[in-house]
Write a protein that binds this ligand. Sequence first.
Ligand SMILES: Cc1cc2nc3c(=O)[nH]c(=O)nc-3n(C[C@H](O)[C@H](O)[C@H](O)COP(=O)(O)OP(=O)(O)OC[C@H]3O[C@@H](n4cnc5c(N)ncnc54)[C@H](O)[C@@H]3O)c2cc1C
Ligand code: FES
Length: 268
Amino acid sequence: MSQLVQAEITDCREPAPGVWVTEFLAPSLAQAAMPGQFLHIRCGEGSDPLLRRPISIHSVDRLSGRMKIMFQVVGKGTAWLAGRRDGFLDIMGPLGRGFTVFTGEQASHNYNRFIVVGGGIGAAPLYFLLQEIARAGHAQRVKVLLGARNAHQLLIPDAAEELGFAVRVATDDGSAGHRGLVTDLLAEELQRKPDYVYACGPSPMLKVLCAMLNDAGVPGEVSVEERMACGVGACLSCVCRVKDANGMEIYRHACVDGPVFSAGEVIW
Ligand SMILES: Cc1cc2nc3c(=O)[nH]c(=O)nc-3n(C[C@H](O)[C@H](O)[C@H](O)COP(=O)(O)OP(=O)(O)OC[C@H]3O[C@@H](n4cnc5c(N)ncnc54)[C@H](O)[C@@H]3O)c2cc1C
Ligand code: FES
């Protein structure tokens, strides 16, 4: 059930050039949030910009009720957000369908080895997923692959390692880890037949990744990014093409049916 809250900002920092992390207090949202879901945030005091901006949930501390978003400044709304040092954020959420987190019997028997792949700012929602996997005690079963333009833009490698995950990185310029694309690392890992892959990143990366999973016969989930207006299934601005169970092409709302879809389902 989504809520409308006024969340008090408790911290704001810039971990990488142009990338901000804002922390705020929202106990009821923190209780309800699942990894991969997003918040629809009013990014201005008046009516400009009119539309809220969708930002994924980056981390949640259910005990203290503190949550974080991690976002890149690309335009008016995110620039406004980056300028908030205190005060309150007007937030609607949690919205959308998030990642499947396997627990108990299912995690032990059917799904043992996971890969989590993040490209650029796509790492933002994956950190909350990693928090939940670590809480379930499955960090040792997961390999995290992160890609970025350069070492300064790599977003969560240290934080993921602190949670107990094995991390491999790739950078376009070779300033950290493998020189090249994060999908090069995925190709190596797919040889070892993981059971499930989670991914978030730019559309060209997800398109290649879904084709690789399809070829390797490995299931997974990807979080897609569409322009969104209402965020609740009412305006059709976020429609995306997917396949139904019979392989027929159908349209789905990324805001309510996603943003996380099964990797085999999205038509790129
Ligand atoms: C479900 C979802 C979760 C998201 N989570 C995050 C997140 O955790 N961190 C983050 O940094 N960004 C995230 N985004 C993207 C974020 O919503 C956009 O960057 C933001 O809306 C841009 O607003 P603006 O007013 O700053 O830019 P605008 O002035 O609206 O646009 C500036 C530029 O950004 C591009 N842009 C705007 N919206 C989107 C979008 N939805 N997808 C791709 N490009 C866009 C425009 O084409 C334009 O080039 C998410 C998007 C979706 C749909
Ligand atoms: S954003 Fe309006 S229907 Fe999805």
